[in-house]
Design a protein around this ligand. Structure first.
Ligand SMILES: C[S@@+](CC[C@H](N)C(=O)[O-])C[C@H]1O[C@@H](n2cnc3c(N)ncnc32)[C@H](O)[C@@H]1O
Length: 255
């Protein structure tokens, strides 16, 4: 799968080509990366890519023309089947979107903003979708673009060696439950007995219940969605009722 990134800071992307799972997948040829610096598409001596905002106000805005020339160039080179800009105000990036990109495998161009953002006319005319990686503001779109690339790459067949993407958070509609490894007792805290029992069915049932508990506590909105999609069994529903009652009783006794 091909990614083209339009960025003022191409060196940042060594973090994903030179480290971890994304590096291995990169070296296996599962994905490729081209960076395109908007400064290479300027015509003045200072290679200016930003200017003051019309209407006044603080900060600078990225100009449309260098970005448009960058996107046109990478498209001529066969990239950018879909052009995505990163911005805090974009649609939230979700597991479902990530999986769609990985399944389609089409080339993606990612446009990283800096300063106060990007001239709206470029977004309106050259960008297919604007995505946000969360309700917070970073200094630039590079980390957001890398988050998207990392999440998509780990979904590509062959990217993971001995892990599965099918039982991770969101894939089942629930959050992942807790994990434990050696030693069996760490600072007086023991691993739950069931995990030492060797009874696979009991372990699976325990993991499912823990996933339900984590989702109920931290993301009840996901439970509503899982229910609407028919992804909860009768057993899940009865576990959830019990967990909710236990939670209510615990908060009553704490009060
Ligand atoms: C300082 S931010 C601009 C913030 C913008 N003025 C606002 O208030 O929404 C600069 C760039 O960082 C990137 N960025 C910052 N936070 C982001 C987020 N949560 N998701 C995606 N991109 C983000 C965008 O590319 C943005 O153009």
């Amino acid at each position: 799968m091909r990614f083209d990134v339009v960025t003022l800071f191409p060196a940042m992307f060594a973090a994903i080509t030179e480290q971890g799972i994304t590096r291995r997948a990169y070296e296996l040829g599962l994905w490729s990366l081209r960076t395109c610096n908007p400064r290479d598409f300027t015509s003045d001596a200072h290679r200016t890519v930003d200017d003051r905002p019309y209407g006044g106000g603080p900060g600078m805005v990225m100009m449309a023309e260098p970005l448009a020339l960058a996107v046109e160039t990478l498209r001529r080179d066969g990239g950018g089947a879909q052009v995505i800009a990163l911005a805090p105000g974009g649609n939230p990036l979700t597991d479902a979107t990530v999986r769609q990109y990985a399944e389609r495998g089409a080339s993606l161009a990612l446009v990283c903003g800096r300063y106060e953002g990007i001239d709206q006319r470029f977004l309106d005319s050259c960008v297919d979708e604007v995505l946000s990686v969360g309700d917070f503001v970073m200094s630039g779109g590079e980390l957001a673009a890398m988050a998207l690339i990392d999440a998509v790459v780990r979904q590509l067949p062959g990217a993971l060696k001995d892990e599965s993407v099918d039982d991770e958070s969101f894939a089942t509609g629930l959050l992942d439950g807790p994990h434990y490894t050696r030693p069996e007792v760490w600072r007086e805290q023991s691993v739950p007995q069931v995990l030492l029992s060797g009874h696979h069915r009991d372990i699976e049932a325990w993991r499912r219940r823990e996933a339900l508990q984590a989702t109920l506590s931290n993301r009840p909105d996901l439970l509503r969605q899982a229910r609407a999609e028919g992804r909860l069994t009768a057993r899940d529903e009865s576990d959830l009722r019990e967990l909710a009652q236990m939670g209510a009783a615990a908060s009553r006794s704490a009060a």
